[in-house]
Design a protein around this ligand. Structure first.
Ligand SMILES: [Ca+2]
Ligand SMILES: [Ca+2]
Ligand SMILES: [Ca+2]
Length: 213
């Protein structure tokens, strides 16, 4: 009896158990394999976004540092005016096809902006950083001044645009940054994060305007 059974091979029950086990094991294997592939895709995507953000921010910091003039500073945009081609008063050269030249002054005008809808940081409208969003409670662009004589409220070693607005003898105390007050801004600060799914990478930096105090 025992002999016959072994010669007959597997019983129906044994075969069904084997098929069942194979199904369970292979389902597990494929689900693990595909979740691994998805994980790798997300990792590649955040790596790409992070690398783009790092390069874009480096470029913004570098260009802002060299600026001759800072214009229209807000929490989501500002403009720098720089004589990139060292033409002096001879004429402006367009910095990028999307930017403008101020021919009369020989300056090239470049606008950096954060676009909340597209989640991009742009240079004259062209994307430098994708997948960007503000860090909670922080503006994307903020500004400080090296004029510590106006560091009054609070006197904490940092002169803010609000303190420049309050400063007696500098522009008007009107809760607005006037042109003359903007001339006292010495640095632009950057804060944003890039997100891909659940993965977030934060970026913070600062550009000191070399041509200002
Ligand atoms: Ca120029
Ligand atoms: Ca202060
Ligand atoms: Ca003011």
């Amino acid at each position: 009896m025992r002999q016959r059974r072994s010669e007959a091979g597997f019983t129906l029950i044994e075969t069904m158990v084997a098929i069942g086990l194979f199904a369970v094991v292979s389902t597990g294997f494929f689900s693990v394999m595909f979740s691994g592939v998805r994980g790798a895709d997300t990792a590649r995507s955040i790596v790409r976004l992070t690398e783009e953000a790092r390069l874009g921010l480096n470029r913004i910091v570098r260009d802002t540092r060299e600026a001759d003039d800072l214009l229209s500073p807000t929490a989501i945009s500002y403009e720098v005016r720089t004589d990139y081609d060292a033409s002096g008063l001879a004429g402006g050269t367009v910095y990028s096809p999307l930017c403008t030249a101020n021919g009369e002054l020989g300056y090239e005008d470049v606008t950096y902006a954060y676009n909340a809808v597209a989640r991009t940081v742009t240079l004259c409208g062209s994307t430098l950083v994708s997948g960007a969003e503000p860090i909670t409670g922080e503006p994307v662009f903020s500004y400080t001044s090296n004029y510590l004589e106006y560091d009054t409220n609070p006197a904490d070693g940092v002169t803010t645009p609000e303190e420049l607005d309050d400063a007696v003898g500098v522009g008007n105390n009107n809760d607005t940054l006037d042109g003359v007050e903007i001339n006292f801004i010495s640095a632009v600060k950057f804060a944003f994060q890039v997100r891909d799914g659940g993965q977030v990478e934060q970026f913070r930096s600062q550009a000191q305007l070399r041509n200002r105090r």
